[in-house]
Ligand binder design. Structure first.
Ligand SMILES: [Ca+2]
Ligand SMILES: [Ca+2]
Ligand SMILES: [Ca+2]
Ligand SMILES: [Ca+2]
Length: 424
């Protein structure tokens, strides 16, 4: 009972309470009216909202109605409606009567606050409209935010010729990852993905939201791995290319996959895409994750001189245990596939170049370790290359071997480098 009495107000204090409003609140008597174009067919967005209390409400339904929104002239500022566009910018503000406030007529006219109730909020239609936030002015608290996009979308789907409704067939035409030929376990590499998006019309330019996501399979990590949303204005017939760079690191050897997905959609609910099937495209990138190994160029020499005039260069690929020389995975050099071998500088190997093993076979041997003194007893593979100037240049300081070997459960790539001194 006490609560009921406390909630019963006479109308005079209500009007007097305007002083308690924040200074930047618009004066309801001077608040600008929603702009209405009289040449435009009247449309309004209607939200039916049920209030459980002054600060809690739920949205029952939203719709677009072919009627003009009323102007809220003279409404006391009980509730405030803020209308935002798809970018979150406020495009309109207006006052509204609360369904919880009811006049009652007795000896004196007064306003009661009901415990609950429903009401319709009717605002002018805008093709840019996204949300309607209902705020209790006196409490300065947001009560509920209504997403009006589904109602606008449904209206435009059923009224395609309405002047406020546009049609744009947006599409993702290509998702093209560019990656190095191989990546060494634990060593980050850069992958650049180019996405091409376009608008086939008929209407445009259309503000579009492009979302790019990446999903890494097992044995590989990628950063950034959170979806990124970009806004682009797509003119009809003018594709745009968006590039995004990722850092990719192999955590397990072998073929590892990354799925790059790009999706496009109109920003505004009033723009209908008649063909959704072409709005998303995924391209799978397979990364060859190579096992790092230790090699000894010119066993017996610490200088490792390399002659680019056709002399034979011996290179020992060393058999190592997991953890030896910092190599994460055990490597048996006798399992090397000689036909796969190439020797060159790192940059040339990444471009697919390099010279082959000149005998097309490995030479099993207990070779010298990198200290050029120790032979550890296990069998290594000595390889012979004839370096040329297209494999190493006089300024190169390291020579590397790339190849395939028999891994524990199938062929894997391996990669190892040692320092070189290019002979003048
Ligand atoms: Ca489309
Ligand atoms: Ca050496
Ligand atoms: Ca060894
Ligand atoms: Ca050995």
């Amino acid at each position: 009972m006490i609560i009921m009495v406390a909630l019963t107000l006479v109308i005079a204090p209500l009007q007097g309470s305007a002083d308690s409003f924040r200074r930047d609140d618009p004066d309801p008597t001077t608040i600008p009216l929603p702009l209405m174009d009289d040449d435009d067919p009247a449309k309004a967005v209607v939200a039916r909202v049920t209030f459980a209390s002054r600060t809690q409400a739920t949205v029952d339904r939203t719709s677009v109605s072919l009627q003009r929104a009323h102007t809220h002239i003279g409404d006391p500022p009980i509730l405030k409606l803020s209308l935002t566009d798809v970018d979150g910018q406020v495009i309109d503000r207006m006052n509204a009567w609360s369904p919880l406030w009811a006049y009652s007529h007795g000896d004196r006219e007064r306003v009661d606050i009901k415990a609950g109730g429903s009401g319709s909020f009717i605002v002018p239609f805008s093709p840019a409209l996204s949300t309607m936030t209902i705020t209790d002015s006196a409490l300065n608290r947001d009560v509920v935010t209504v997403d009006v996009k589904p109602a606008i979308r449904a209206f435009c789907v059923s009224h395609p010729s309405d002047p406020d409704c546009l049609e744009s067939d947006l599409s993702v035409d290509a998702v093209e990852p560019r990656a190095p030929l191989f990546a060494v376990l634990g060593k980050p590499v850069t992958v650049t993905v180019a996405s091409t998006v376009s608008n086939a019309g008929p209407d445009g330019p259309t503000d579009a939201r492009v979302e790019r996501t990446v999903t890494a399979g097992t044995g590989v990590t990628v950063t950034p791995d959170t979806p990124e949303t970009t806004e682009v204005a797509l003119a009809v017939g003018t594709p745009q290319r968006l590039e995004k760079t990722y850092t990719v690191t192999c955590t397990q050897p072998g073929a590892r996959t990354l799925d790059f997905t790009t999706a496009v959609a109109p920003e505004r609910a009033s723009v209908i895409d008649p063909q959704e099937a072409n709005n998303r495209r995924t391209t799978r990138l397979t990364v060859d994750c190579a096992v790092p190994i230790t090699i000894n160029i010119q066993p017996g020499s610490t200088r490792n001189p390399v002659n680019l005039n056709g002399a034979v260069l011996p290179v020992a690929a060393l058999t190592t245990r997991a953890g030896e020389y910092g190599n994460p995975i055990a490597f048996n050099a006798t399992g090397i596939d000689a036909a796969s071998l190439r020797f060159a500088s790192p940059s040339v190997l990444l471009l697919g170049g390099g010279v082959p093993e000149i005998h097309s076979r490995i030479h099993p041997e207990n070779s010298l370790e990198p200290d050029e003194v120790t032979r550890d007893g296990d069998t290594d593979a000595v390889l012979h290359f004839r370096p040329r100037s297209d494999a190493l240049t006089p300024t190169d300081t390291s020579g590397c071997v790339l190849g395939r070997f028999a891994g524990p459960s199938g062929p894997l790539s391996f990669y190892g480098c040692d320092s070189v001194t290019i002979a003048p």
